[in-house]
Ligand binder design. Structure first.
Ligand SMILES: Nc1ncnc2c1ncn2[C@@H]1O[C@H](COP(=O)(O)OP(=O)(O)O)[C@@H](O)[C@H]1O
Ligand SMILES: [Mg+2]
Length: 368
């Protein structure tokens, strides 16, 4: 029988997914974003390697594949290296999606904080795909750090949260909500600076409802969604929604578990809409009370019970750290980069084809 084109690559990819799932289940981590339906997207992303966009950006390797786009290391014709994010082909046909994708760069740059990835350019490639050019970050995504460790040391998770709260303070002050805070959209640079990625579903608070939210694509991630977002009540989303997602991120980084652990995305979405978050102490009993209280409050079902602002939550976390450990929280880039070096992540690779830390997505997209 004649083999379909790509059958060998597909089988190799499938076996990697199976071994990934086995490892995750052994660690008792719920297996989440890897689905069979994502495989064609992953193969598509890989097939672009070697192509040159607009005669300038040569795509060298895949960095990650998300719900909306694939991200590559690319070398400009002037030899400088960038990260290039290309909207998935099936989304690029939609003019509204293209416009929203371009707005992502504008929103990210509007925050004007070193903790937001810098977007340098956007364009449409010869084959009609929208793409944007970003600074190339060296380091590791927080999701990848988390899946490798199962859970992160408490002081490291709190330091990441502290830096993230500073970024969210700046974004919220400019009336920008991120709306998709989660480990996969956070990146720890080798210098120890937390970078927020993916303003793909961010929006200005005052903007009127857009058709985008009606398309049903990329509405966030169930495990990190506050109840009102899971219920699709977008007009109710305020700064406390980003803080809820940050609380869910901390919950997962510290405990190695998700707030809601439904069997699949639909079950998780249903739980997120209808059930209050379980207390952190129920899955991580050794976490000091003072710290658990802050996280539980951020995860309150009722909006009025949550922290209203990022600076208020930041202050509460720092106070909880003092109470729990008798010392001030050290969230400096130096402290985080020293920890990363200890994990063998920094210094960053210099060559485009240098081996990068393995992430969940990269596991899927290992080079042929
Ligand atoms: N500028 C960058 N430098 C290095 N890696 C990046 C960069 N931007 C994104 N990535 C990687 O690509 C993944 C997907 O990027 P993201 O912007 O979240 O895309 P999506 O909108 O498809 O979710 C991230 O989790 C991260 O690992
Ligand atoms: Mg993303």
């Amino acid at each position: 029988m004649q083999e379909l084109p790509n059958a060998g690559r597909f089988r190799a990819l499938a076996s990697r997914v199976r071994s990934f799932r086995t490892r995750m289940l052994a660690k008792k981590l719920p297996v989440q974003p890897v689905t069979w339906s994502e495989m064609p997207i992953a193969l598509n992303a890989q097939a672009r390697i070697g192509t040159v966009l607009r005669g300038k950006y040569r795509l060298e390797s895949v960095l990650g594949v998300g719900g909306m786009a694939s991200v590559y290391v690319a070398t400009h014709r002037n030899r400088r290296r960038f990260a290039v994010k290309i909207l998935h082909p099936q989304l690029s046909f939609d003019a509204e999606m293209r416009a929203r994708f371009q707005r992502e760069g504008w929103l990210a740059n509007s925050v004007d904080h070193r903790g937001v990835v810098a977007v340098l350019d956007d364009d449409v490639s010869e084959d009609g795909s929208a793409f944007m050019v970003m600074e190339l970050l060296e380091g590791e995504s927080v999701e990848s750090l988390w899946t490798r460790h199962g859970m992160l040391p408490l002081p490291i998770a709190l330091a990441l949260a502290d830096q993230l709260l500073d970024v969210l303070s700046a974004a919220h002050a400019r009336r920008i909500l991120h709306r998709d805070i989660k480990p996969a959209n956070l990146f720890l640079s080798s210098e120890g600076v937390l970078k927020v990625l993916d303003f793909g579903i961010a929006r200005l608070r005052e903007a009127p409802g857009t058709a985008f939210t009606q398309t049903g694509i990329s509405l966030g991630t169930p495990s990190f969604m506050p109840p009102e977002q899971a219920a699709g009540s977008w007009s109710e989303l305020g700064t406390d929604a980003d803080l809820w997602a940050l609380g869910a991120t901390l919950f997962s980084l510290i405990s190695g578990r998700y707030v809601h652990e439904g069997e699949n995305a639909q079950a998780q979405m249903f739980q997120a809409c209808t059930q209050p978050a379980r207390p952190l102490a129920s899955v991580a009993p050794t976490v000091p009370d003072a710290v658990a209280r802050v996280i539980d409050r951020a995860l309150s079902f009722q909006k009025r019970d949550r922290y209203a602002s990022a600076p208020a939550m930041r202050e509460a976390l720092q106070q909880a750290h003092r109470e729990a450990f008798g010392s001030a929280l050290d969230a400096s880039p130096q402290a985080l980069s020293a920890w990363l070096q200890h994990q063998g992540v920094a210094p960053a690779p210099k060559k485009a084809n240098a081996r990068r830390p393995i992430s969940l997505r990269r596991t899927l997209l290992a080079r042929r």
